[in-house]
Design a protein around this ligand. Sequence first.
Ligand code: RFL
Ligand code: PHB
Length: 389
Amino acid sequence: MRTQVAIIGAGPSGLLLGQLLHRQGIDTVILENRSADYVLGRIRAGVIEQGMVGLLEEAGVDARLHAEGLVHDGVEIAFRNQRHRVDFKKLTGKTVTVYGQTEITRDLMEARTASGALTIYEAQDVQPFDFDGDKPRLRYRKDGQEHEVACDFIAGCDGFHGVSRQSVPAKAIETFEREYPFGWLGILSETPPVSEELIYIHHPRGFALCSMRSPTRSRYYVQCSLDEHVDEWPDSRFWDELKMRLDDEARAQLVTGPSIEKSIAPLRSFVAEPMRFGRMFLAGDAAHIVPPTGAKGLNLAASDVHYLSRALVEFYREKSVAGLDHYSARALARVWKAERFSWWMTTMLHNLPDHTAFERRLQVAELDYLFSSPAAAMAMAENYVGLPY
Ligand code: RFL
Ligand code: PHB
């Protein structure tokens, strides 16, 4: 089989790249090692920047997003039983949209099926080859048979644990990493959200987040320790813990109900440099991870895909390699700013077990500064709504 761009991974990065390229007449094949249902079963991001909304419009998958997505003008931060609002609309003129990653993935999968472009699910042992030359290839197994795909370029959109980054010789790649000594326990429930906007909570018992997927579906998270298991968290324990971290008003408003999903995610900051290796390009979680506190992971995947799709279109239309040559530096400049913001939000809002009394005082000063200084609120707002592409 031959294609122009072979994409590894049918997460949001791979599917969005495939759709943007398809709209420009560029042929792609996506190889995904899981089933479509498995991919759709992962509950992840919920908040998308205007930049990503624009890309989904460009990809022609914005109908349901505009009909069902919830446009938010700000968020609240709760500290010492008081909520402080950061008004994004007033500060930056921009908003964010609450629309689940699952729904974006479903919309992109449907558009891809309608376009007739090929996605091979349950492709086993996908392996990129020869990307240091001008004839890269991929091999994979499906139903016991070996297959090969010849292509012009490989896009490694296969997430943090994918094969793309791991196929690069160790001496060609540098990685930067921070692991946080806690995780997020998240639940999804068919209950109305506690408030119209998201509430990020700093509490002595640990961080909590009130988010949502729709007016009838809530998503809540509590900071937990890394050695805990979801089985130790029956719904009743989760709700009790969340209530203890909420402000009085939110506690009174909270509607609880059975969880429909529950999982623990570790928190990590990670960047791999560069993001290009000959004719293979990394995009999204394959190249970088942010802790979810700033809601940046999916949005960074989208900005990578923006730069990469533009570069590939430029290559095929104008025979120019300029965009491809600049891809890694352009993407990384934006990645590092989101890394900084996500690290900052995480450090400000969590209960860090290794924090000294001095660092705890700094955390309080940071929050106090954010609530009292329009300049500080502005810095948070412009990062949260998304820095320009
Ligand atoms: P994905 O989604 O991991 O998709 C990669 C795909 O590649 C497949 N794959 C392979 N395929 C073939 N061969 C192999 N060897 C393969 N190895 C892996 C996988 O099966 C998968 O289908 O990466 P992608 O596309 O780069 O998308 C990144 C986003 O998923 C991620 O950044 C966000 O979910 C992060 N994130 C959030 N981001 C936001 O922008 N806003 C948020 O509010 C937000 N909240 C979150 C989050 C992530 C979370 N978790 C669970 C990590 C909340 C949570 C709890
Ligand atoms: C979510 O709704 O899943 C969500 C929202 C905001 C975040 C992280 C996750 O910062």
